[in-house]
Design a protein around this ligand. Sequence first.
Ligand SMILES: Cc1cc2nc3c(=O)[nH]c(=O)nc-3n(C[C@H](O)[C@H](O)[C@H](O)COP(=O)(O)OP(=O)(O)OC[C@H]3O[C@@H](n4cnc5c(N)ncnc54)[C@H](O)[C@@H]3O)c2cc1C
Ligand code: FES
Length: 340
Amino acid sequence: MVKVDINNGKKVLESETGMRLIDILASQNIFVPSACGSNGRCGLCKVKISSAAIISDADRKLLSESEISDGVRLACQVLVNADMSIEIPSEFLGAKDFESVVSSKKFLTHDIVELTLALKQPAGINFNAGQYITVKMPAHGEVKAAMRPFSIASSSTTTSLIQLNIRLNPQGTVTPWIFNELNEGTTLNFNGPRGNFYLRNTEKPLIFIAGGSGMAPVRSILQTMNAFNINRKTLYFFGALTQRDLFYLDEMASFEKTLPDFTFIPALSNEPSGSGWTGQTGLITEVVDRVCAFSLNGYEAYLCGKPAMVDGCIAVLEKKGIDKSNAFFDLFNSPKPAVK
Ligand SMILES: Cc1cc2nc3c(=O)[nH]c(=O)nc-3n(C[C@H](O)[C@H](O)[C@H](O)COP(=O)(O)OP(=O)(O)OC[C@H]3O[C@@H](n4cnc5c(N)ncnc54)[C@H](O)[C@@H]3O)c2cc1C
Ligand code: FES
């Protein structure tokens, strides 16, 4: 047997020798982020290991040199053959298991569904708007059980149910199951909440930038701002390909009426000419650059979506004067190509 000490004795796990660290943690309901089926492709399952740990090919590919020299490793690549001490964000120890039932499944666009999950056990969840949960797909047929992260899309003031916005990844494992096999009335288990993408308690003006299902955590924050009457100047840039990829337009229009200083700016990068679209067009980076023809010094920015979009937008925001320490983001990683 081996021991894994977490956060200086906060928890000590025992396991048989030779198991993967990520599996030992999961067997005790401690779920580090993962979006690649624990296959060394997403780079999300980072833990800091105090004892010397072997550096895998995936570590070299997905971690920076300074992370590696600080002892950071990918938990899915670490085999625990001796006692080990690790550090993980303390929120991972506080996340709980939940049983829910799918009370509604609604298509928002051709490739995004809204799931409403009514909580059964425990009956309520406390979270910060913008955080995410890890959905557990059970094993079925030949398919093994799998877990994937999805952001909560509903207000943190409602604790008895949560909503998710899930985009189909046709070559993926869990999202095709959600689209094709998960029905209203079915039990769905998840673990959470976790993540540090939540509204900071300041009075700074805000910029939100999201694309596709990146709408989810931003909608959760906006609904919560609305519930608490938070009065901060807010611009929300939402990137999509065409009009058929837009959703929650009525809700965004209602926020423009109820939130004191909120502007929603949908931007389409692939809308055919002559379609009647009169809003912004172009890549979201170009649209942010064009619309923000003023200094963003003093603003706080929250970005959510694919890594390339987030990186491109952060570069534009910095050019406009936003301090990097005031830019927060959630990367909706899809796994990177498998490490050879
Ligand atoms: C914090 C966080 C919050 C998120 N929130 C949301 C959200 O609210 N809504 C949402 O829609 N998404 C969200 N995501 C993204 C979502 O978790 C991922 O897209 C997830 O991978 C989808 O699961 P899947 O099983 O369908 O796809 P996966 O099986 O994980 O596959 C994803 C992609 O990887 C490719 N792939 C698979 N295997 C290989 C391989 N061997 N080599 C190369 N490529 C491969 C597939 O082709 C597919 O395109 C979030 C991600 C994170 C990290
Ligand atoms: S879970 Fe380890 S790299 Fe994806």
